[in-house]
Design a protein around this ligand. Sequence first.
Ligand SMILES: *[C@@H]1O[C@H](CO)[C@@H](O)[C@H](O)[C@H]1NC(C)=O
Ligand SMILES: [Ca+2]
Length: 327
Amino acid sequence: MYCKMLNWANLLVFLQFINYISAEWNTRDYVRREHSLTKPYQGSGMSVPYWDFLGSTIVTSNYVRLTPDLQSKSGAIWNTVPCYTRNWELQVQFKVHGHGKDLFGDGFAIWYVRDRMQPGEVFGSKDFFHGLAIVLDTYSNHNGAHNHQHPYISAMISNGSLHYDHDRDGTHTQVAGCEAKFRNYNHDTHLSIIYKDDTLVVSTDLDGKNAWKECFKVENVLLPTGYYFGASATTGDLSDIHDIISMRMYELDLLESQNKDEDRSQIVPSAASFEAPRERTEDSKPAMSGVKTFLWMMCVAIVIIVLVVLGIMWYQKRQETSRKRLY
Ligand SMILES: *[C@@H]1O[C@H](CO)[C@@H](O)[C@H](O)[C@H]1NC(C)=O
Ligand SMILES: [Ca+2]
C-alpha cells in the first residue's frame, strides 16, 4: 500500500515536470507571421506580404538590401500591421558589409514607433520619433574621444521630444548601449530585442556560435501597443551594404502579474533612467544578481566548513602525537 502511494507521488512529480518542460517550449514557439519577414519574401506578384519599402531598398530572393555600398543612400522597410502584443521578442538576422576597411558607415536602426514610412535624418528615418530605436551605428561622428568604440549598439526611447544628435552619436539620449563588432563576417549575424515585463533586453549573436550574448538590459521601459516595427539604414560620405535577411517576431506569454485586458495603447514612451552623458568613465560593475550572491555565499560556506574540518583533523592528529610522546 505504502509502495503504491509512493509510485503515485512519483508519477505526479513526473507529470508536473513534463508540464513545466512543455510550457518552457511553448514560450518561444509562437511566431507572429504578420510581424515577420522571412525568405522567400515575395508573395504572389512583386509585393511582400505585411511589409512596405522606402528609398533605396531592393528585395532579392536572399536578402532585403536597405542600402548598397554607395554614398548618400537611404532605405527602409516597414511592417504594415501595428503590434498589439504586450511581451515580444524581435529577432533580426542582418548583414552589414562593404569594401571599406577603416571607413564605412553610417549604420542602421530597428524601430518600434508610432509613425511608419517617414524618411528622415536618423539612419534613414524620422527624428523626434515616438517609441523605440535600436541603433547600430558603424561610424563615430564624434571628433573627441568617446568612452566606447564603434560599431556601437544603443537604445533610444522618445516621446517625440528628443533629438538624435549625430555629432555625439546619440550618446546624450541613449538609455543604454554596448560595443559590438558586427561588420564583414562570413557567418550569420543576429540581433535580439526582447520587450517583456517593461524591461528591454538587447542581445547579439555575432560569433556564429548560435548563442546570445547580452548587450544591455534596461528596466522600467514603457512602450505602448499599436506601434510599428521597421528597419532603416543610411549612407553618407561613407557607405556600406545594409542587408536584412529576416525579422522574426515572437509573442511571449503574459506574466501572471499582467492583466490581459489592460489597455496599453495610450502609454507615452518613456524610460525611467537615462545614462549619464559625457563623463561616463568605466562602466561600473553590475550588482550581483540574487542567484550569483547565493552561489557565492555557498562557496564561502563550503570553504569555511572544509577549513574547519581540516583544522579539527589537524588538531586531533597533533593531540594524538603528543599523547604518543607522553607514553
Ligand atoms: C517627454 O520627454 C521629455 C524629456 O524626456 C519630458 O521632459 C517630457 O515631460 C515628456 N513629455 C510627456 C508628455 O511625457
Ligand atoms: Ca554615428
